[in-house]
Design a protein around this ligand. Structure first.
Ligand code: FAD
Length: 482
C-alpha cells in the first residue's frame, strides 16, 4: 500500500489537545488527550522520510522513527508497533515523558520553516492502541536456561534489562526496596506526566513472562535488608540499577528551619497520596495546600514540584532559578505547562537566606546576572549587589539535583570502583563493574539522566550479561564436563 508522505508542506503540526489549565489544576491526571486515529494518521504522514533521519540519530534508542511513522500513515498499526517495540522496551512511556523537543522532534529536518513531526504523540498512540488491541504480549522465551540473574532496582533500567534477559530464558529476579515496580516512574514523576496504571500494566506483563519481583526488599546492611554478598552468592550474575537518590543540598543562614524539604520526599508523598497509600506521620506535612510555596531549581524535578503544589491548592507557587529561561535545564514544554497552570517564575534569582522562627516564613533572594562562559561552556552567574528581595514561603522545596548514594560503603564492597562523582565505573563496552559478574546500568552509572537512556543502558547491559554468561559460566561448565 502506498501513502503519500511529506504532507508537512500542506498539513500543519498538531499536538494532541491539552486539557484546559483550570481543569488540570484540580487533579493529577495526564494533561494531554489521546490522538484520534485520523489525527495520528495525518500527523504521521507529515514525515519527509529524509535520507539521513536525524530523529533516529538523536534518539538514544536509535528508534526507526520514519518507518513507524510511514506504517502509521498507512494504517498498518500492528506493524508500526512491531517496529517501535523492537528497539524500545517501553515506547508508551517514552511517548509521554521524553523531552522530544531536545531529542527526536528537536532534530526533525522539516523544523526550519515547518514545525516538526509530532513523533512522541504518534509513538504514544501506536503503543496505547497496541495495548487496547491485545498486541502487547508477555515475553515468551524459546528455551529455559538454568542460570539466574539478580537485578537490583525496578526502575526503567532494571526493568528493560529484566525483559531482555527473561527473553533469553534466564531466571530473572528483581529486588527493590520500594513496594511498587517503576522506580522514579512511580514515585518521582507525577501522574499528570505519566499515570501510574501505565507502569503497573508493564509490571503485570513482566510477571506473566516469568520475572520474579522481590518488592520491599532493600539490598544493603540495614535492618531487614539482604546483604549484597548474600545476593551475589544466590545468583550467577548481578545488575545494579539503583538510580541516584542523594539530594543535593543548599547552604546559607536558616537552612535548617522546619518547612524546608527535599523535592523527592515531597513528590513521593504526593504520588503515594494519589495511589491511596497511608503516609507515615513525617510525610503527612508534605502538602502545599493553602501555603506559599517556593521551589528552588530549574530542572524537570523543579517543574514537577511547582505543578504538584498548584494541584494541591497552594496559595502561591514561585520557582526561583539562578539563570534565565533560555538557560533552564528543564524541558521548555514543561515550563510552558507550568506557566499556564499559574506558576510564577523568578528568573535570574538565587536564595541568600531562609527567614523564620523555628519554621520558614520567607526566602531572601538576590538577583543574578549572567557572566562569561565557564570551562563547561555555560554562562556563569553572579549576584547583583543591593538587589535583595523577599518572598513569602511556608514551604520551600529544594530541587537542586541528585547524587549517587555511596554504594561501596553502604554495601561493604570496597572493591566496587566509583568515579569521582560517586557513580559506578563500568567497562565502556561490557557494562561490567570492577567486580566480576556484577554489571551496572542507568542513573547509577550515568548520573541523573533520562528514562530513555536508562532503557537503552538496561538493554545494552542485558546483552553484555548474556555474552558474559555464555563466555564464562557456560564455557567453564562445558570444559568441566570434559
Ligand atoms: P530509578 O528510576 O531511580 O530506579 C532505581 C530503583 O532502584 C528504584 O526503584 C529504587 O527503589 C531501587 N533501589 C535503589 N537502591 C536500592 C537498594 N539498595 N536496594 C533495592 N532497591 C534499590 N526523565 C525523563 O526522561 N523524563 C522526565 O520527564 C523525567 N522527569 C523526572 C522527574 C523527577 C522528579 C525525577 C527525579 C527524575 C525525572 N526523570 C525524567 C529522570 C528519570 O526518572 C531517571 O533518569 C530514570 O528513572 C533512571 O532510571 P533508573 O532505572 O536508573 O533509576
Amino acid at each position: 500500500m502506498t501513502t503519500k508522505m511529506l504532507k508537512f508542506v500542506s498539513v500543519p503540526q498538531k499536538q494532541p489537545d491539552k486539557r484546559a489549565a483550570t481543569a488540570r489544576r484540580t487533579d493529577f491526571d495526564e494533561i494531554y488527550k489521546d490522538f484520534a486515529t485520523p489525527e495520528a494518521t495525518e500527523q504521521a504522514s507529515r514525515c519527509s522520510q529524509c535520507g539521513v533521519p536525524f530523529c533516529s540519530v538523536h534518539c538514544p534508542l536509535g528508534n526507526n522513527i520514519p518507518d513507524w511513522l510511514m506504517l502509521t500513515a498507512q494504517g498498518r498499526l500492528e506493524e508500526a508497533y512491531g517496529v517501535s517495540s523492537a528497539t524500545n522496551t517501553f515506547p508508551e512511556i517514552c511517548g509521554r515523558i521524553c523531552p522530544q523537543d531536545r531529542l527526536c522532534e528537536g532534530n526533525c529536518v522539516i523544523e526550519p520553516g515547518f514545525e516538526s513531526v509530532t513523533i512522541g504523540a504518534v509513538e504514544r498512540y501506536i503503543t496505547d492502541t497496541a495495548f487496547e488491541k491485545g498486541w502487547v504480549k508477555p515475553v515468551s522465551p524459546v528455551l529455559e536456561r538454568s542460570q539466574s540473574v539478580a537485578i537490583i532496582g525496578a526502575g526503567p533500567a532494571g526493568l528493560a534489562a529484566a525483559d531482555q534477559l527473561r527473553a533469553q530464558g534466564y531466571k530473572v529476579h528483581v529486588y527493590d526496596r520500594y513496594d511498587r515496580v517503576g522506580g522514579l516512574l512511580v514515585y518521582g514523576i507525577p501522574g499528570f506526566k505519566l499515570e501510574k496504571h501505565i507502569v503497573a500494566r508493564r509490571h503485570q506483563l513482566l510477571e506473566e513472562g516469568g520475572v520474579v519481583f522481590h518488592l520491599g526488599q532493600g539490598i544493603g546492611d540495614g535492618e531487614g535488608e539482604l546483604s549484597f554478598a548474600d545476593l551475589r552468592s544466590r545468583h550467577d550474575v548481578v545488575l545494579i540499577a539503583t538510580g541516584v537518590y542523594k539530594s543535593r543540598e543548599i547552604g546559607g543562614p536558616g537552612v535548617g528551619l522546619a518547612g524546608i524539604e527535599k523535592a523527592l520526599d515531597y513528590l513521593t508523598a504526593s504520588n503515594r497520596r494519589s495511589l491511596g497509600d497511608t503516609l507515615p506521620p513525617e510525610a503527612q506535612a508534605l502538602d502545599a495546600a493553602g501555603k506559599n510555596v517556593v521551589v528552588l531549581g530549574g530542572g524537570d524535578t523543579a517543574m514537577d514540584c511547582v505543578r504538584t503544589a498548584i494541584r494541591q491548592g497552594a496559595k502561591s507557587v514561585k520557582c526561583v532559578y539562578r539563570r534565565d529561561k533560555a538557560n533552564m535545564p528543564g524541558s521548555a514544554r514543561e515550563v510552558k505547562n507550568a506557566e499556564e497552570e499559574g506558576v510564577q517564575f523568578e528568573w535570574l534569582a538565587a536564595p541568600e537566606a531562609f527567614l523564620g522562627e523555628g519554621h520558614v516564613s520567607a526566602v531572601r533572594a538576590v538577583r543574578m546576572k549572567l557572566g562569561l562562559p565557564d570551562a563547561t561552556g555555560r554562562q556563569s552567574v553572579e549576584p547583583l549587589e543591593g538587589s535583595s528581595f523577599t518572598l513569602d514561603a511556608d514551604l520551600v522545596i529544594k530541587a537542586l539535583g541528585f547524587d549517587p548514594e555511596p554504594l561501596p560503603q553502604l554495601w561493604g564492597q570496597k572493591d566496587l570502583a566509583v568515579s569521582r562523582w560517586g557513580t559506578l565505573k563500568v567497562g565502556q563496552k561490557d557494562f561490567m563493574t570492577s567486580l566480576p559478574g556484577v554489571f551496572a546500568a542507568g542513573d547509577i552509572v550515568r548520573g541523573a539522566s533520562l528514562v530513555v537512556w536508562a532503557i537503552r543502558d538496561g538493554r545494552d547491559a542485558a546483552a553484555c550479561m548474556h555474552t558474559w554468561i555464555q563466555e564464562n559460566i557456560m564455557a567453564t561448565a562445558k570444559a568441566e564436563q570434559g
